[in-house]
Design a protein around this ligand. Structure first.
Ligand SMILES: C[S@@+](CC[C@H](N)C(=O)[O-])C[C@H]1O[C@@H](n2cnc3c(N)ncnc32)[C@H](O)[C@@H]1O
Length: 410
């Protein structure tokens, strides 16, 4: 039997009896997939781990609290034998053979008629890895191969385009704060499948270098309207490329809906009748402070955090921010796009009651190799920004949370 490689197959177990003998760790690991497959699972075991017991309590499996007895496998389509008693395992295995029931054995793979492959899932695909050489079974190697394939599919480094399901349209993808590892799995996969990528200045620009040569990359911060591509021009580019039947990714910094104009783009696409999917991203408002060792909340210190845009000064009539009210909050204030106006912002907060010695941190180019943290107080921050030449992009954190952590990053 062991001379030949195993024959891989997918079992349709819905409603079919699967008998599991033994309720220990092996059963605990295997049962969720059997339940997910819709199997009618009968567990025979005097004991079970708390997790297995919970599955029985929830009605996901039937548990008979006893030892294996001859006849248990009579109605089974498939069996998993995993007790700590070698004699019981051998007897159950022999019964499985007599009834022609495919049987996995945890104690002796060579004596089994079936092996469980190392499995993983990614977007509608199940990856199952078995060792070809029956004598050289190496579960760690098969698990490592499985991990590599699943991870590659998830993060897009293993490109397997969806030929049947892939449709033209636009994905607004939040790329995270800049570190290429901080994009979501879904975002990375969509990026790997794109024909056209329209990218912002902020976000994981390193990922663009990994794109295959046929992918058209459009820099939204450049042409055709000088330094900033007008929002309308971005919308038009999205629409035009999607209308050509292409798969378009609009790669944005952080999260598309946090000061990212994501909804404007989605609305323009909807008006043009173009399908659009939105993939959330890790916003710089939380991740950049975190990368510099600052938690936006902390037990006993800050029970709220407020994220505001500082792109216009508090006395600017276009400002929608109620700075006097923010001055009264005791939690953390996170200011985005605020480097230029921080002097006015600090002045306003102090004028409305925020203590002048409130700690402030500016984290420039967070999560990138150029990350830099500069500390100040509300009173000194304007001068510090000038003397330390802090430049955008930076996240400004105002509040006691700035002072609580060990200074681990520069
Ligand atoms: C137009 S907003 C976009 C925010 C983005 N949608 C998000 O969720 O992070 C741009 C501002 O985000 C902040 N920002 C984004 N990425 C950053 C980074 N890596 N380091 C520091 N600040 C960053 C800066 O305040 C910058 O001016």
């Amino acid at each position: 039997m062991a001379e030949h490689p195993a024959y891989p197959v997918g079992l349709r177990l819905t409603g079919r009896r699967v008998v599991v003998i033994g309720g220990g760790q092996v059963a605990q690991r295997r049962l969720p997939a059997l339940i997910a497959a819709g199997a009618d699972v009968l567990l025979v075991s005097p004991e079970a781990t708390p997790s297995v017991e919970a599955m029985a309590d929830a009605g996901e499996i039937t548990w008979e609290r006893r030892v294996y007895t001859l006849g248990d496998l009579a109605d089974a389509w498939y069996a998993l034998i995993a007790t700590s008693d070698p004699d019981a395992n051998a007897a159950a295995s022999a019964e499985a053979e007599r009834h022609r029931v495919w049987c996995v054995r945890s104690d002796n793979a060579d004596a089994a008629t079936a092996w469980t492959p190392a499995t993983g899932h990614s977007e509608g695909v199940t990856v199952a890895v078995l060792t070809t050489d029956a004598k050289g079974r190496d579960p760690r190697h098969t698990a490592a191969v499985r991990d590599a394939v699943v991870e590659g599919l998830r993060d897009g480094t293993l490109v397997a385009p969806h030929h049947r399901t892939r449709t033209a349209g636009v994905a607004l993808v939040g790329g995270g704060p800049g570190d290429p590892d901080l994009i979501t799995v879904r975002g990375r996969r969509l990026l790997a499948e794109a024909d056209v990528v329209i990218a912002d200045r902020l976000g994981p620009r390193d990922l663009l270098a990994e794109l295959p040569p046929h992918v058209e990359v459009i820099d939204a911060a450049k042409i055709p309207y000088g330094r900033y591509m007008a929002q309308e021009a971005i919308n038009n580019a999205l629409i035009e490329h999607a209308r050509q039947g292409k798969s378009v990714v609009r790669l944005k910094g952080g999260d598309p809906y946090v000061f990212g104009r994501g909804m404007e783009e989605l609305q323009a696409l909807a008006e043009a009748g173009i399908a659009c999917t939105v993939v959330p991203g890790i916003s710089s408002s939380i991740s950049v402070p975190g990368a510099a060792g600052i938690p936006v909340t902390h037990r006993g210190v800050a029970h709220e955090f407020t994220v505001v845009s500082g792109h216009v000064a508090p006395d600017d009539e276009r400002s929608l921010v109620d700075w006097p009210s923010l001055a009264k909050l005791t939690g953390t204030l996170v200011v985005l796009m605020g480097v230029d106006k921080i002097g006015k912002i600090a002045e306003t907060l102090i004028a409305h009651g925020k203590p002048a010695d409130t700690p402030v941190a500016l984290v420039q180019e967070g999560t990138t190799a150029a990350q830099r943290r500069v500390d100040a107080t509300l009173e000194t921050v304007a001068e510090t920004v000038r003397t330390q030449e802090v430049r955008p992009p930076a996240v400004i954190v105002i509040g006691e949370v700035v002072a609580i952590g060990p200074r681990t990053s520069a």
